[in-house]
Structures are given as structure tokens and as C-alpha cells.
Design a protein around this ligand. Sequence first.
Ligand code: 3NM
Ligand code: MG
Length: 524
Amino acid sequence: MKTEIDYSVYLVTARGLLPEGKDYLESLEESLQGGVTVVQLREKTTDTGEFIQVAQSTKDICDKYNVPLLINDRIDVALAIDCAGVHVGQSDAPLSIARKLLGDEKVIGVSAGNIEQAINAQNGGADYIGIGAVYGTQTKDVTNKIMGTPGARSILAALDPQSPIKTVVIGGIKSENLLRVLNGVHEKDTKRYLDGVAVVSEIVSSKNPREAASNLSHLIKSFRESEKIKYHSASYDVDSIVQEAWRIINAIPEQHPLIQQMANIVTANDQANATLALGASPVMAAVVGDQKDLNPHIGALLINMGTVSEEQKQAMLVGGRYSNLNKKPLIFDPVALGATSFRKQTGQELLNHWAPTVIKGNAAEIGALSGLTEVATKGVDSVGPGFKNPVTVVKSLANRERCIVVMTGKDDYISDGERTVKISNGHSLLGQITGSGCVTGTAIATCCAVSSMTTEDMNEDGKLSRGDHFMAAIAGVLALEIAAEIASKRDDVRGPNTFRSAWIDEMSKLNEINLKKLSCVTLT
Ligand code: 3NM
Ligand code: MG
């Protein structure tokens, strides 16, 4: 019988890359303990006699953990030790020959660097394809072009949705970019997900291969859980949305979540006060050392790039990772992302390290993240009238990053990639004080925390963070904009500064009647 393979964490060996003093079989065994699900023995220069010996001892250890073994290139060695199958590259034996020699009971994988190679492998009866190279790698001289996640995704899209062929990606995959890879390569239209990721150096070159494998395994599991999210929210019409927004806002004081914020130095104080006014607790911890201990206790983490420093960036990288691991909502505010190349790089680096639950920005920031130049930036501000087609912009970014996208402006657009709403609340005074956008991030984080806490038991499957954060993002925006409208009408508001305090006051006094009367939500 053909061996059933779980391709999730696919280890390709490389004895030459072991850290000094680390024994090959010891490293292999530790990686299996950490969660490697399939092993490919890859030896490029070993003589046949030694190859068979190494293959046999590799197989003995794999057998102990019930993990299948494949042999790179050498059909004879696979036959000699009777392992699960082989992996052939484009310059190795052709698939048809490999199949003839090995028979139908063995697994055969083929390297595919482009669509044509992938289709040939599929039509020729390969069991899986190894798609690569996704990113640059030091491990192998890759002659194929680096395809990035879009290239790998186009290969998934080209496969026959009915074909049983499995897919893994390879090349430069690390735990730091794994979520990005899984998010980016999944093909929504044909419903094809990657069956796994293949790595060499991430595990082999590690002094602690058990931990390296276990990190990969953990991230893949949380990603798969996140795909199973079931929205618990009521019907999707304007009245139900506003009702759900009120349910979330009203639950804040009762749940009293702790909202961690890596804020900027300009608006931190307003962000902290707004958190309190909404009924939650702020904690402004933004150094690396705080993250591990604090993360289990927070309701959500807001990462605001407003005045990001090298030191704060490190805390952002670490804090975001813990948030993903502990399933805490992670709200990302890429302030002035398009303004400088340092900010662009920082934003990309952060998004390579973790998966946000919500991205919130103005038109220029969302445009810069999307790679669009239609809307320019001046410092932190967006200039001009905004996008001609804002719905498409937020929707495609939400699909690309697989998160909720909130684009603020005169009208706000919120999308989860499928549902998109427009909110036309707010007041022009919000544009005359600093940080009203940053404070909106705070409100979204607060509402996401509540939505996680109140929906946890309904979402047994869990997700990266639980809850219907689309509704939470709407609730956060509505809370702040309706508080602003009410504040702007107060007699004691005489200009931007008095407005600012009145606005925070009104956040603490929101009620169901006002919210329902004033909210201006449109389905798009
Ligand atoms: N095959 P690392 S890339 C063995 O593109 C191999 O087909 C590739 O190593 C392909 O995980 C590669 O250390 C090496 O980047 C991947
Ligand atoms: Mg080869």
C-alpha cells in the first residue's frame, strides 16, 4: 500500500549544514520529536555504499516516529531500503521512468519551478510537487527564478481542482515568514491550500532542531485552525451590524480587557485615555522584555508605527509573534508607511513576522501597503480626494493579507475580503487634532478584544485570534465617530482642543439610542 503522507512539516536533510558538534542522526531525531511529518534524504555527493547506509539509519529513526522517508533522486537507494518513495528534480529521472521502476505503491514527488512543470507532474501521476524557490536561499543554487508567494500561488491556481496531487513549497522558508507564505500561497478560487512547507536550513542548521520544527508545526496548526473560523454574527444587514456593534461596545466595561499599545510618542496619552473612557485598561508596554510575560494577559495588542525606533521595532516583532501564538487580536496601524523607505521596509518586515488581525490606515497608508500610488502622502497625512474605487482597494488588501482592512477618511471603508461596509460618520474637527486615526486604532483593538472574549466558547475551532473582528472593527470606528459627532455639538466645545477633551468624555457615555440613531453604515 502507498504510504499516506502528512506533508505539513517537510524536512529535507543536508548533512553539510549541521551546526558544529551536532550529529546528523541526533539532529534528525530531535526534529522528529519537534513535529517533522515527512523526511527527504538529500545527499548530493555521497557514494552509493555510504548512501545506502545513511539511508538505512535515517529510515530506522523515521520508523521509530512513524514518519515516512523519501529519497532525493536515487531510485535505487529507495528500492534498496524499501522506504516510502522518492523526490525527483527536473534534471533527475523523468517521472514516467521513476514510476515504472518504483510501481504504483511508492510516493513520487517532483520539483516544479513553473506552471508547465507543475501541470506535467500532475498529468504524469506525481503524488506531490515541491514548488520553489519561493524565496532566496543559500542552501542550493537555484536555477529557477525566485517566484515569491504570488508565483507559488499561480501554480496552485493552475492545478486541476479535482486532482489528488499534493503541494509543498520550498526555498528560504523560516518560521518568521511562514504565516506570510501560508497566507499568500493559499488559492481561494480553486480552494487549494498548501499541504505543507519544506525546509532545510531552518531545521538542519539550528542548534535546537526540536524547537525549530515545533515552531513551524505550531504555526501551521494555528493557520489551519484560522481557516475554520465560523462567524457567529447575526444576519448581515445594516440593523444587525449596528446591533452587534452596540453589543460589543456595551460589553467593554464588563469585560474590562487589558489593551496593550505600542503607541507613538505624539498620541500615546490620548490613546491611553480613550481606552479608559471606553471601559478598558491600557498598558503601553513597548520593550522586548515585557512581551512574553505580558502577552498571555492582554485582550489585544495595537502596534502603531507612528514614531517607530529600531528598539521599538524589535519589541513589535516579538510582541506580534506572541500575539499570534497566544491567539490575541493584533491591530496594525502602519502610520506614514509610504512616507519613507525606512517605514516601508519596517512595515514589510513586521508583516513578514506576524499576521495582523486588522490593518488600519488612511488612504495613503493603505495605498502604500497595497503598492498603489494613486493617493499621495504628506508626512503622516493622506492628500487629495482618495481612491476612485476604495471598495476594491480595501477588499484586495484584505484578501492579500487575509485580515480585516480599515481605511479611514471622510468615509471609512472596512472589509474582510468578502464583506465591505462604508461608514459615513465623524466630524471635520477630527482632522484638526493630532492622532484621531491612532485613537481609532485603540478603539478597534478594544472592540476586537471584547469580540474575542465574548465569542470564545462559540468558536471552539478557534482562529489566530477568535471572534468576528469585522464586526469589532466596525464597532470601534462607530464608537469614536459617533462620540465625535456628539462632542462637536456641545456648547463647551470652542475649537480643536476643547473638542479633544469633549470627544474623550463622550466615548465614556455612548448609549444604544445614540448609536442607533446616528450611525450611518452602508453595505457596498
Ligand atoms: N530545492 P532552505 S530550494 C532543496 O527551489 C531545495 O527546488 C529548492 O533550503 C527548489 O530551506 C532548496 O534552507 C533549498 O532555504 C531550500
Ligand atoms: Mg535533484
